[in-house]
Design a protein around this ligand. Structure first.
Ligand code: GDP
Ligand code: MG
Length: 440
């Protein structure tokens, strides 16, 4: 992609706003790259539409070429679609925390169960119990027991003749009695989706109330993996996805499809048969891989730095004029997330304590920033410029698009209004005294 994009982007040397034609031409190449990376067609379509919408009309900033501008937008949108950042397994619940592993047969459930248990034991210092609920394949329970020995994690003693639900019940009891922190339930899979499998998984879920329900899916099965994810999420409800055989999926296309279709975070990647072949899902790395390695990544990073500086200048200018819309807020949130707190432009502003308190009282952390950025990303450019447009139905659409709740959108809008007020007063004062002169 980088070569082809480079060729096209070189033609876009002109200054000014990116036109429909500029972006359209680049998007044809992006589309081809995504299809080559095995991204599902409808995902490719919605992705390129979204990027086009964001990119057309974007002013090409000084010191950044139009080509870099498009690459940056494509890259940002890829990262946003893949899910802003690594989202580890959540153990924030009373012990023993139940984790339910679901998926088709052969997807890597048992292997991933043992890998995750090993990681939680070694890195997380948790006491983990694993139990196989696979009553269908005679060797399945022994397989988990063998892996348990290998990774030095306890497995529930095998009792013949019990149903999956009975085993699950016994596992939870044993975990309570044994003082375990985590109990991992490895379920049976079928070769294809069927109601029997779904009903069993749903029953186990209802009984054990797992804190995490992780779908294990083979990234090499492409569209099938996406359909599996949709079906399990609809019937059982998922909290996250473990993508296996990422070692064979050079381009990372499956990750993009899964995430775009289900909205569920991809938590971990299986990258081999060995017990330590498990990686945190890193959207930035996968986005880089999908776009093409090498020059593009460095290019994008350089462009991003330039854009940040330019953005700060533009924001400062807009604030002086008394405008601070949701695009500006997004810029600030992204900067804050990057810097792990209040930073960038706002950190340089006089009288910023007020805004700082605002943020502290809103209890904003990294994760919240990212959810808020996701909310703003789901708005149209028009809505970002004029938040007043956001009526109940638009809010519902945005909530669905960003995987958030309407209340969160309301909180964000309230914060924006309050910040805009503060900014306005600061901007006015700054205009007179000129402490922002160095920035603008
Ligand atoms: P289950 O039926 O879902 O429990 O699948 P298993 O855990 O038994 O895995 C099926 C096969 O896939 C085994 O041979 C595993 O070693 C292999 N496997 C699992 N995860 C990965 C992975 O991330 N990469 C590769 N290359 N092989 C894997
Ligand atoms: Mg298994």
């Amino acid at each position: 992609l980088s070569d082809r994009l480079g060729g096209i982007l070189d033609k876009l040397k002109r200054r000014g706003a990116l036109t429909e034609a500029d972006v359209g031409e680049a998007m044809r190449e992006v589309r081809r790259a995504l299809i080559e990376a095995d991204v599902a067609l409808d995902v490719v379509r919605s992705f390129t539409d979204r990027v086009r919408q964001r990119a057309v009309g974007v002013e090409v900033i000084k010191s950044v070429t139009p080509g870099q501008m498009v690459v940056k937008i494509v890259h940002d949108e890829l990262v946003a679609t893949l899910g802003s950042d690594a989202d580890p397994i959540d153990l924030n619940a009373p012990a023993p925390v139940p984790i339910l592993m679901v998926g088709l047969q052969g997807s890597g459930k048992t292997t991933s169960t043992a890998k995750i248990a090993k990681r939680l034991t070694e890195r997380g210092k948790r006491k983990v119990l694993m139990a196989s609920l696979d009553t269908r394949r005679p060797a399945a329970m022994e397989q988990l027991a063998t892996l348990g020995k290998q990774v030095e994690v306890a497995t529930l003693p095998i009792v013949a003749g019990q149903s999956a639900v009975q085993i699950a019940k016994r596992a939870i009891e044993a975990a309570k009695l044994g003082g375990y922190d985590v109990v991992m339930l490895d379920t049976a899979g079928r070769v294809t989706l069927d109601e029997g499998l779904m009903a069993e998984v749903a029953e186990v879920k209802a009984l054990t109330k797992p804190h995490e329900v992780l779908l294990v899916a083979d990234s090499l099965t492409g569209q099938d993996a996406v359909n599996t994810a949709k079906a399990f999420d609809g019937r059982v409800g998922l909290t996250g996805i473990v993508l296996t055989r990422a070692d064979g999926d050079g381009r990372g296309g499956a990750a993009l499809s899964m995430r775009a279709v289900t909205g569920k975070p991809i938590k971990l990647l299986g990258t081999g048969e060995k017990m330590d072949a498990l990686e945190d899902f890193d959207p930035h790395r996968v986005a880089g891989r999908i776009l093409g390695m090498g020059d593009v990544v460095a290019l994008v990073e350089r462009a991003a730095e330039n854009i940040d500086i330019e953005k700060a200048k533009i924001t400062a200018e807009r604030m002086r004029k008394g405008t601070f819309d949701l695009d500006d807020l997004r810029g600030q949130l992204e900067q804050m997330a990057k810097m792990g707190g209040l930073g960038g432009l706002m950190g340089l502003m006089p009288g910023v304590a007020k805004v700082k308190n605002q943020i502290a009282s809103a209890n904003l952390d990294d994760k919240v920033f990212k959810r808020q950025v996701a909310i703003i990303n789901s708005m149209t450019p028009k809505e970002r410029r004029a938040p007043k447009l956001l009526d109940a139905s638009r809010k519902r659409r945005i909530a669905a698009g960003s995987g958030t709740k309407v209340e969160e959108i309301n909180r964000l809008l309230k914060m924006h209004r309050q910040m805009a007020d503060v900014m306005k007063s600061l901007g006015g004062a700054a205009g007179k005294r000129g402490p922002l002169a160095g920035l603008a």
